[in-house]
Design a binder for this molecule. Structure first.
Ligand code: ATP
Length: 277
């Protein structure tokens, strides 16, 4: 996308976004509530009109996407649909019928951890189970491109790990994935690149380990000396550790070297004051 823009009245929800996602990449969009992530995603999915900008999704302008284009895309929306009286298996079978080459329903049930709930009606599922079904409905069509809008909200930690494994499988199969999430560890685990959006603009787009210069910034070295905790911030942690090792003549007690976490970098990026008007 180039120069993507969308306003609601006077609010510029998306304000000139440029972003490239390569085939086979997993990109995570991060940003505070209201930053414009869902609006951007919905434009890419063809569900929302843009005011300005150039967009191609699988080579097609999503405002003109037809059935064939739509069949190549999988979507897990933030809002869950009402699946009421259908059972889990029936819902999956129903959605599978829309696609030319769907995954076998039993395979999807296994992949999203709902095999034991296959015959339960949608309305009887727990929040996390419904979310798993949403993910199942998003992948049943074997999409080339998968949009996941906050897919693991409401998941317990084990379900989240299982979901990460599923995403790794989809990546291995060659799927391209655009994910929005508020869980930084999720972005770190899954994304090849992380895009940070604030006020409708992209303020960073880097591999998670390099966001905001995380890999080159200073590191904090901690150790214990004379029974006291010691700590030093340095641009050259290797040199400091070598000097400590020489001084101690071997193991340095309680030695750790830490870089800023993804969360540290993210918070620094979204805390930047607004540009003057
Ligand atoms: P969250 O992390 O909370 O899901 P988001 O980054 O996905 O947020 P959007 O849902 O894209 O943010 O919203 C961007 C801005 O546009 C917000 O200020 C929101 O209130 C506003 N907005 C979104 N949809 C509409 C709408 N249909 N009408 C008016 N304003 C809207």
């Amino acid at each position: 996308m180039r120069g993507l823009a969308k306003a609601y009245g006077t609010l510029r929800a998306v304000d000139g976004l440029d972003l490239d996602v390569e085939p086979g990449q997993c990109v995570a969009l991060l940003g505070p509530n209201g930053a414009g992530k869902t609006t951007t995603t919905e434009i890419l999915e063809g569900y929302r009109h843009r005011d300005a900008g150039e967009v191609r999704v699988l080579g097609v302008d999503p405002a003109r996407g037809d059935r064939h284009w739509r069949a190549r895309i999988g979507i897990v929306l933030q809002q869950v649909g009402d699946l009421g009286e259908l059972t889990v298996r029936e819902s999956l079978r129903h959605f599978a019928g829309y696609y030319p080459d769907p995954r076998p329903v039993d395979e999807v049930l296994e992949q999203v951890g709902l095999a034991a709930k296959a015959d339960a009606r949608g309305r009887t599922l727990s929040g996390g189970q419904r979310r798993r079904l949403d993910v199942g409905l998003g992948i049943v069509g074997r999409p080339e491109l998968l949009f996941l809008d906050e897919p693991t909200t409401g998941f317990d930690p084990e379900a989240r790990r299982e979901f990460w494994t599923l995403v790794e499988t989809l990546k291995d199969e060659g799927a391209t994935i655009l994910l929005t999430t508020h869980y930084l560890e999720e972005a770190e685990a899954l994304a090849d690149r992380v895009g940070v959006i604030t006020r409708g603009r992209l303020v960073a787009f880097d591999p998670p380990g390099e966001l905001g210069g995380r890999h080159t910034g200073s590191a904090r070295v901690r150790w214990t000396e004379d029974g006291q905790p010691r700590s030093e911030e340095t641009e050259e942690p290797t040199a400091l550790v070598a000097a400590l090792a020489a001084r101690f003549g071997g193991e340095v007690p309680n030695l750790t070297v830490t870089r800023p976490t993804l969360e540290d970098m993210y918070l620094a990026l979204v805390d930047e004051p607004a540009e003057p008007a």
